[in-house]
Design a protein around this ligand. Structure first.
Ligand code: IPM
Ligand code: MG
Length: 360
């Protein structure tokens, strides 16, 4: 096989972590007897600087013809002007929409050796293994109308939270299917005591659950869920929710893992093609210093190996190598250590099956 993967390093620490992750992918795919062809493009602020837009049609077309896309992060203070016409984040949102990757998988597991760096009591973190499934192409991020209305000198801003039944149904089906490979529990998070869109969400979640009698469905209000994520995180298995709730809850959940830098994500649609990105941002405060944690990006690459490249053994090999490196005390600064991005990447590559022969 020859795979084509588009690399979109983006802004801030993006290029640093994606560089190391591309190196890892190259090694792992070659070891499996396949070839991987990288096509590197701009997205976000760097694309605005170069082309005046955060995602060009050409780059988008490239992504739509690839086996998978690996993205670093977008945004930064340079492009943060709230009155700006073009914003880095628009590139990412357009890419998600055009790739039709409606399901964003964000697994949250706590490595026992890192439990002490989370602000939560270590005993609360025992057994935490959550799969957040965030709806990614609907809801408040995309609903119309959207915009600012000027009227008689006053301003009014509108965003719309809108869901069609099929959008809810397809992600709920996926939630139940994924729960069958795990602990058979789905928590559907909404705000049904206030929002119409949430009442439809809840109704469809209940309908879909009838197809999966072996899986337990629990409905939870988003405010309760945010509390429960801290008070009793081990009680969650699959947590499925709409776009913005998922955005907020996954930043909260990342605290359980000790660092934002640890968490990967996979965004999937109907086919095999996927978009893979760590959940952390561009971290402008540490960009360019070579100290960013590459693990979120590398675990995203593992998800790519599993879901888009159909190389599940290689995916597991990467996950084992990351776990082992952590167990053996390899740490970047966010984890309380002093390894550089490249040093931690070397430690992980060395622990891959056959990694001893890489001459690192
Ligand atoms: C994320 C990010 C993005 C989002 C931003 C950068 C647009 O926070 O992937 O969680 O809100 O989806
Ligand atoms: Mg976010």
């Amino acid at each position: 096989m020859q795979y084509k993967v588009v690399l979109l390093p983006g802004d801030g620490i993006g290029p640093e972590i994606i560089g190391e992750t591309a190196r890892l992918l190259q090694v792992v795919v070659a070891q499996a007897g396949h070839a991987i062809l990288f096509d590197e493009r701009l997205i976000g602020g760097c694309s605005i600087d170069r082309y005046g837009e955060p995602l060009t049609d050409e780059t988008l077309a490239d992504c739509l013809s690839a086996d998978a896309v690996l993205l670093g992060a977008v945004g930064g203070p340079k492009w943060d002007d709230p009155t700006a016409k073009v914003r880095p984040e628009q590139g990412l949102l357009r890419l998600r929409k055009e790739m039709q990757v409606f399901a964003n998988l964000r697994p949250v597991v706590v490595h026992p050796a890192l439990a002490h760096i989370s602000p939560l009591k270590p005993e609360k973190l025992v057994g935490v293994d959550i799969l957040v499934l965030r709806e990614l192409t609907g809801g408040l991020y995309f609903g119309q109308p959207k915009g600012v209305i000027r009227n008689n000198g006053s301003l009014r801003a509108v965003d719309t939270l809108e869901y069609a039944d099929y959008e809810i149904r397809r992600i709920l089906h996926l939630a139940f299917q994924l729960a069958r490979g795990r602990r058979f529990k789905v928590t559907s998070v909404d705000k049904a005591n206030v929002l119409e869109s949430s009442r439809l969400w809840r109704q469809i979640a209940s309908e879909v659950s009838r197809d999966y009698p072996d899986v337990t469905l629990e409905h939870m209000l988003v405010d309760t869920a945010s509390m429960r994520l801290i008070a009793d995180p081990a009680s969650f298995d699959v947590l499925v929710t709409e776009n913005m709730f998922g955005d907020i809850l996954t930043d909260e959940a990342s605290v359980l893992a000790g660092s934002m830098g640890m968490l990967p994500s996979a965004s999937l649609g109907e086919g095999r093609r996927g978009l893979y990105e760590p959940i952390h941002g561009s971290a402008p405060d540490i960009a360019g210093q070579g100290v960013a944690n590459p693990i979120g990006a590398m675990l995203s690459a593992a998800l790519m190996l599993r879901y888009s490249l159909n190389l599940p053994d290689q995916a597991a090999g990467v996950e084992r190598a990351v776990n082992q490196a952590i167990t053996e005390g390899c740490r970047t600064r966010d984890l309380g250590g002093n390894l550089s991005t490249q040093q931690l990447a070397d430690e992980i590559l060395y622990r891959l099956p056959g990694g001893h022969f890489l001459g690192l």
